[in-house]
Design a protein around this ligand. Structure first.
Ligand SMILES: NC(=O)c1ccc[n+]([C@@H]2O[C@H](COP(=O)([O-])OP(=O)(O)OC[C@H]3O[C@@H](n4cnc5c(N)ncnc54)[C@H](OP(=O)(O)O)[C@@H]3O)[C@@H](O)[C@H]2O)c1
Length: 283
């Protein structure tokens, strides 16, 4: 496993385990235990995934000391705002059964996220969270936050995979010293990614799977990855990417796969924004 050093000196694993769309509590708990036992140390959950308790239960029983783990959760849109964010942070900590977080992220740049950011800056200064960051902050929103915040976000988690490479977003993150983290690093299995002929050919050359090539590609351009799987064999496979390196030629071939847009979500769509505001995590 390799690590990246965030803009505040905190070390973050370059690969972690995501638990989006794992609503079944027993399955989520077992997947996280399996992942930690396979060697993952970063776990990525969110209030909006409704599985923080299961992640917490897995952390308790996994046998790895808390200080060796890197636990991320996220503030949902409903809780954007200063007071709301403070309360939501404590709710997440309680559900996870933890007394500090490694990384707390604003899930979407919607609602009063500046108020939320001020609360998160205070939580950070109080030592309740080792690093704070954002998700889905496209270049103009990230720039505005970086220019106005007291604490620059340490991480921006955005959709990043061969079909949506977002080089412009990576350039903005680099300018402000913000670590990019990929959600959907396997494109959520969409667009025939696992059977793509060129990726299959590259994978064959290294004796690796398409999933491994795609994950490795993102890490080689400096992006932290958090693939999700509920299958033990895939959990192990996705972590087995640290013993090979893609050549410049193969990196370049993959960089030509960019479609320039997401086929998963459209953050600029008013309907999607309405949907995100309508999704509630509590009464
Ligand atoms: N901040 C945000 O807005 C945001 C949005 C989305 C996701 N996320 C985070 O990012 C994490 C990863 O993204 P994601 O879960 O959306 O998608 P992903 O990791 O790109 O893809 C997961 C899908 O790929 C399948 N898969 C995993 N490994 C595989 C392999 N080796 N071979 C074949 N299929 C494989 C999984 O199926 P099985 O589970 O059946 O194996 C699942 O259907 C999430 O879990 C979450 O933590 C954040």
């Amino acid at each position: 496993m390799e690590f990246t050093t965030l803009n505040n000196g905190i070390k973050m694993p370059m690969e972690g385990f995501g638990v989006f769309q794992v609503p079944d509590p027993a399955q989520c708990e077992q997947s996280v235990v399996n992942a930690i036992q396979a060697g993952y140390r970063l776990i990525d959950t969110a209030a909006a995934y409704f599985n923080e308790e299961s992640v917490g239960a897995a952390i308790k029983k996994c046998g790895v000391p808390r200080e060796e783990l890197f636990i991320t959760t996220k503030l949902w849109v409903q809780d954007a705002g200063y007071e709301e964010a403070k309360k939501a942070f404590q709710t997440s900590l309680d559900k996870l059964g933890l007394d500090y977080l490694d990384l707390y992220l604003i899930h979407q740049p919607l609602g009063d996220y500046y108020g939320a950011w001020r609360a998160m800056e205070e939580l950070y200064k109080e030592g309740k969270v080792k690093a704070i960051g954002v998700c889905n902050f496209y270049p103009e929103r990230l720039t505005d936050l970086c220019l106005t915040a007291k604490v620059t976000p340490a991480v921006n988690q955005v959709e990043l995979h061969p079909f949506f490479q977002q080089e412009n977003a990576l350039a903005t993150m680099k300018e402000f010293g913000v670590q990019p983290e990929a959600w959907g690093p396997l494109a959520e299995g969409k667009h025939g990614i696992f059977t793509d002929p060129m990726l299959t050919e590259i994978a064959g050359k290294y004796g690796k799977s398409v999933a491994q090539v795609v994950l490795r590609w993102n890490t080689q351009r400096g992006v932290v990855i958090i693939p999700k799987s509920i299958h033990q064999n895939r959990i192990v496979e996705n972590l087995d990417i640290w013993d090979f390196e893609l050549s410049k030629e193969d990196m370049d071939k993959i960089s030509r796969m960019d479609l320039g847009h997401s086929e998963i979500v459209d953050h600029s769509s008013p309907e999607f924004v309405k949907y995100l505001h309508s999704a509630k995590v509590h009464n």
